[in-house]
Ligand binder design. Structure first.
Ligand SMILES: C[S@@+](CC[C@H](N)C(=O)[O-])C[C@H]1O[C@@H](n2cnc3c(N)ncnc32)[C@H](O)[C@@H]1O
Length: 248
């Protein structure tokens, strides 16, 4: 039998097992399905070799960002970075900010680390775990300068809409974690999800200011590098909707 390395084991530990009061396993509504995509040799090696410097594990107490990055720069969190190319590009373009990316798909985590190493990006850390648990337990309140979520799984079918990560309780959690004037930036290529995102965010009118001059979407900003899913959607003729809100 081949030896299970850190990268192989990560796939099985992307969430904490939770139990009901009478001790039964609690089934959660997840925003992801763990795809079976194979971890390439290079992705596995890059993950194993660089985890000590680039990886962060789930923890029940908040991370100490200053100790992690060695500076006080603002920290931006990205959920579901896919293969990580756009996140690495953003970190490279903004050395005065720190980035934390969360992704449950291990080949994506390996690919992101490989690209960050190639680009010699130092202001980025990655986490391979369910983002809702990381936000809840491992991120200190009022510690994030921004939260970005680009092309989250749209869960097209109505019966699956409950699996969409953007829900009122998700925004409540983000608001708890953002600093004053912190931003929320969402993008999607699925119009029905864009409308859902807008509807949910508008419920927080007293806490969030929409930066759209038309009070709905903003034009695609240049500072957001093209993501892999965005490119795929573009080739299929999909539109793109960006939502940008600032905490009041
Ligand atoms: C449709 S893909 C988009 C990836 C990337 N942002 C892009 O635009 O190319 C959505 C990603 O979010 C990840 N994801 C979904 N729910 C997540 C969660 N709760 N925690 C971490 N990652 C999650 C999925 O594994 C998937 O890779």
């Amino acid at each position: 039998m081949t030896q299970q390395t850190l990268a192989d084991k990560k796939r099985k530990t992307v969430e904490q097992a939770e139990f009901t009061e009478d001790g039964r396993y609690k089934r959660k509504v997840r925003s992801f399905v763990l795809r079976t995509g194979r971890l390439s040799e290079r992705q596995r090696n890059m993950m194993n070799e660089n985890w000590a410097t680039m990886g962060l594990d789930y923890q029940a107490e908040p991370f100490d960002f200053k100790a992690i990055f060695g500076n006080d720069n603002p920290v931006v969190l990205e959920i579901g970075f896919g293969m990580g190319k756009s996140l690495v590009e953003m970190a490279e373009q903004n050395p005065d900010k720190n980035y934390i990316g969360i992704e449950v798909h291990t080949p994506g985590v390996g690919a992101c680390i490989a690209y960050a190493v190639e680009k010699q990006v130092k202001n980025l850390r990655v986490i391979c775990h369910d983002a809702t648990e990381i936000l809840r337990d491992s991120i200190a309140d009022h510690s994030l300068a921004g939260l970005q979520l680009y092309f989250p799984d749209p869960w097209h079918k109505t019966k699956h809409h409950k699996r969409r990560i953007v829900q009122p309780e998700f925004i409540v959690r983000i608001l708890q974690k953002l600093t004053a004037c912190g931003f929320i930036h969402f993008a999607t290529d699925w119009e029905n999800y864009a409308e859902h995102m807008l509807e949910v965010l508008q419920q927080f009118d007293s806490e969030l200011a929409n930066q759209s001059p038309t009070n709905n979407y903003i034009p695609r900003p240049d500072f957001r590098p093209l993501t892999k899913f965005e490119e795929r959607g573009k080739n299929l003729g999909h539109g793109v909707w960006d939502l940008y809100f600032i905490r009041k």
